[in-house]
Each structure stands twice: as structure tokens, then as C-alpha cells.
Write a new protein. Structure first.
Length: 416
């Protein structure tokens, strides 16, 4: 029995990666709680603060393929450790910034780059290279659930710290918490040999892919229509998530509800996404990932439409959060699954990192345009409409993706 096939070793790898993602993603998914306090303290305006956070969305995505490429070449440990240190520095210096440029530097570059270096592409890639094919889907789901648990944990915690210590104290607390990722990075420091398992008809074997230089693998992936369609759908996911992470507290405030409704809504999203992530990880091994993605994106359009029709009460926000939370970041396991099926796991960190870049380009527009909308119109109405339209477009983009039909787990495949 190989190292990665032992049950206790499987869970050790997966839970360490999940715990690390809990730290790097937990606070990031609750950053909208800081918009109003920073605006009150600095007077910079919601549009300028939203722009800094929008830059952070883009930088977080831009770092993913770079961090993934370094991790593919040298192992994930150094990348994860460097990310934790940069993340801590970013949080520590943010309270010292009193200008728009300063916020772009701290929130938009440092915290985003640090979080990106310790995020999905590196962690899921590290786990995939240590695990056999039949366990990768569930591993991705559990790791993803770690980030969602972080959101569930950090959202009410940060709101409480902001109330007691102020937003500056909350930022400095996050700087200390970020350093707890360092020992976890050390545990994932070694680069293991890749499992030779091809999971998709028509895709090159992992042995063949391993012989290709990284540049060639990336070039060939970017010529693949299915890969590009996957990017298009993930762009919408980023738009949707960044808009809500940044502006849900503002939406709650516009509805005349107290701030704790926003923090608990974000926490509920995280809690529901734990369930959604585990379901997605389970489903990847039994159904085509593109089918799962179509259902997730289409459901978002329906949920947002129902929210717009409902009375804006605390109960409405909690139900809305629970419904959205099931699909929140549950798109990650099936998206990573499609990339792995198309191209293998040798360069999964890099190729999935590029997909995450598309996600975060969408995130840039979601965070930035939300700030412009509320500044110019006083509400987020047209952003909600745009979100619904993009969600439907994302569902349609995933339909033509080339993916094998799963007949009996991963072993028996039939060309789609």
C-alpha cells in the first residue's frame, strides 16, 4: 500500500490543507465587514475602498498561476510559508494607511498576494499530487469546506472584534492569526511524485504531460475550447462572490438592518458551503463535473430573483444566505475536476491557477462595480440583475465542455 492510499495519511494531508485554507480564506471572505468602519475612520469613500478591494480580487487571482507554477516546480511548502508571512504583513500595515493608494498597497496587493499564495490552486494541487485519482474529488471538497468553515468562523468573530477593539484591532488580530499557517505549510513542504492516472478519454496520460515543459502545457491548454469555456463560467462565479463579499453588509445597511445581520449572513453562507463543498466533492466522482456546474450557476439566478421579490427582513437574508451558500465556492471541486480530467495533475496547480485568475477578473468587476453602483444610484439593483444574467450565461457556457461520462466511478469511461 502506498503512502497516499493509507486512510490516516489521506485525512492528514486533506485536513492540513483544509485548515490552512481556513486561515487564508476565512477573513478574506468577510472583508466587506471592514468597508463601513474604514470609510468612517478615513473618509475615503465607499467607491475608493471598493476599488482597493477590487484590486485585491484581481491580485489574488493573478498570484494563483504564479504560485501554482512555483509549487509545481519546487513544492508547495515554501510558497505557502511565504504567503502566510506576506498575508500577516498586509493585515498589520492596513491600519497605518490613510490614503487610497495605501489601501491598494495593503489590501489590494499584500493581503491578496499572501492569501492567493496559500489558496486553492496550491493546496488542491498539492493534495491531488499526493492522492490517487479516486480520492481527488472528495479531497478537493473537504479542502474547499475548510475555507467555508473559515468564513463561518471569522465573520461573527471579526464583527465582535470590530465592535470591541475597532477595525484596526481586528486587522492586527488577523495578522497574528495568519502566522498560524506557517507550521501547516512546513507539513506540506515536500514535492511528491505524481500518480500516473489518466481520467478522461482523449486527454494525454499524466506520464506524457509530465514530459512536457510547463510553457507547452499552458499553451496547449489555452487552445482547448473546453478549458476556455470553463474560464468563462468561472468569471461569473468570481463576479458573484466578490460582489457579495464586499457589498452584502452595505445591502443590509440600506435595508435598515443592524450590522450583525450581515456578519451572520456571511457566516451562514460559509456554514452552508461546507455542506455544498462536501456534496460537490462527493458528486465529482459520480457525475460529470460540468453537469454539476450547470446546476449550480442556474440555481444562483433563481435564488437571486427570489431574493429581489422577497421582503427585506433579517429572515430573508438568512434564508438567502443559506440557499446561496450551498453553491458559494462549491464550484471549486468540479472546476478543478474538469481541469484535472482534461490535462492531468502534473501542472494542475498552474492550470487551475489560470482558471482562478479568470474567476478573480470577474471578482474585480463585482467588487468595483458594486461600489460605483451604490455611489451613483444609492442601491445595488442593477448589480443584482447583472448577476442573474451572468449566472445564466455561465450555466450555458458549461454545457458544451468536453468531459467523459462517468459510468462506474472513474474506472469505466465513455466519450461524451
Amino acid at each position: 500500500m502506498t503512502f497516499s492510499k493509507r486512510p490516516h495519511t489521506f485525512w492528514f494531508i486533506v485536513l492540513i490543507a483544509a485548515a490552512l485554507l481556513m486561515i487564508t480564506m476565512g477573513a478574506r471572505q468577510s472583508q466587506g465587514l471592514f468597508v463601513s468602519p474604514i470609510n468612517t475612520a478615513t473618509g475615503l469613500g465607499i467607491a475608493n475602498i471598493s476599488f482597493a478591494m477590487a484590486i485585491g480580487q484581481f491580485v489574488w487571482g493573478a498570484v494563483q498561476p504564479i504560485a501554482g507554477a512555483v509549487a509545481d516546480r519546487y513544492g508547495p511548502g515554501r510558497v505557502l510559508a511565504a504567503g502566510a508571512i506576506i498575508l500577516a504583513i498586509g493585515y498589520a500595515v492596513t491600519p497605518l494607511m490613510g490614503s487610497s493608494f495605501g489601501l491598494v498597497l495593503s489590501i489590494g496587493i499584500l493581503t491578496a498576494a499572501g492569501s492567493g499564495a496559500g489558496s486553492f490552486s496550491v493546496l488542491i494541487g498539492a493534495a491531488a499530487q499526493r492522492l490517487p485519482a479516486e480520492r481527488r474529488g472528495m479531497a478537493a471538497g473537504v479542502i474547499n469546506a475548510g475555507g467555508s468553515f473559515g468564513q463561518f468562523l471569522f465573520a461573527p468573530l471579526l464583527q465582535k472584534i470590530i465592535t470591541v477593539l475597532g477595525w484596526m484591532g481586528a486587522m492586527w488580530s488577523l495578522a497574528v492569526i495568519s502566522l498560524f499557517a506557517l507550521p501547516m505549510a512546513w507539513l506540506l513542504r515536500k514535492q511528491p511524485p505524481t500518480h500516473n492516472t489518466s481520467t478522461s478519454t482523449g486527454a494525454a496520460s499524466e506520464a506524457t504531460i509530465a514530459e512536457k515543459p510547463l510553457k507547452t502545457a499552458v499553451y496547449e491548454a489555452l487552445q482547448d475550447r473546453s478549458y476556455l469555456l470553463l474560464h468563462a463560467g468561472f468569471f461569473t462565479c468570481g463576479f458573484h462572490i466578490a460582489f457579495l463579499v464586499t457589498h452584502l453588509p452595505g445591502e443590509v445597511q440600506l435595508c435598515g438592518l443592524p450590522p450583525n445581520v450581515a456578519s451572520w449572513s456571511l457566516a451562514i453562507i460559509g456554514l452552508a458551503n461546507i455542506v455544498g463543498s462536501l456534496m460537490a466533492g462527493w458528486g465529482v466522482g459520480r457525475y460529470r463535473s460540468k453537469t454539476i456546474l450547470v446546476g449550480m450557476y442556474a440555481s444562483r439566478a433563481i435564488i437571486i430573483g427570489l431574493y429581489l421579490l422577497a421582503p427585506k427582513t433579517a429572515t430573508t437574508f438568512y434564508i438567502f444566505a443559506a440557499a446561496l451558500g450551498v453553491t458559494w465556492l462549491s464550484t471549486v471541486p468540479p472546476t478543478a475536476g474538469v481541469v484535472g480530467k482534461l490535462f492531468g495533475t502534473r501542472y494542475l496547480s498552474t492550470l487551475f491557477g489560470l482558471t482562478l485568475l479568470s474567476h478573480q477578473i470577474g471578482g474585480f468587476f463585482g467588487a468595483w462595480l458594486g461600489g460605483i453602483a451604490v455611489t451613483q444610484q444609492g442601491n445595488y439593483t442593477w448589480m443584482w440583475v447583472a448577476d442573474m444574467v451572468l449566472a445564466l450565461a455561465a450555466a450555458l457556457c458549461n454545457l458544451p465542455i468536453r468531459e467523459a461520462v462517468i459510468v462506474k466511478r472513474v474506472s469505466t469511461l465513455k466519450t461524451a
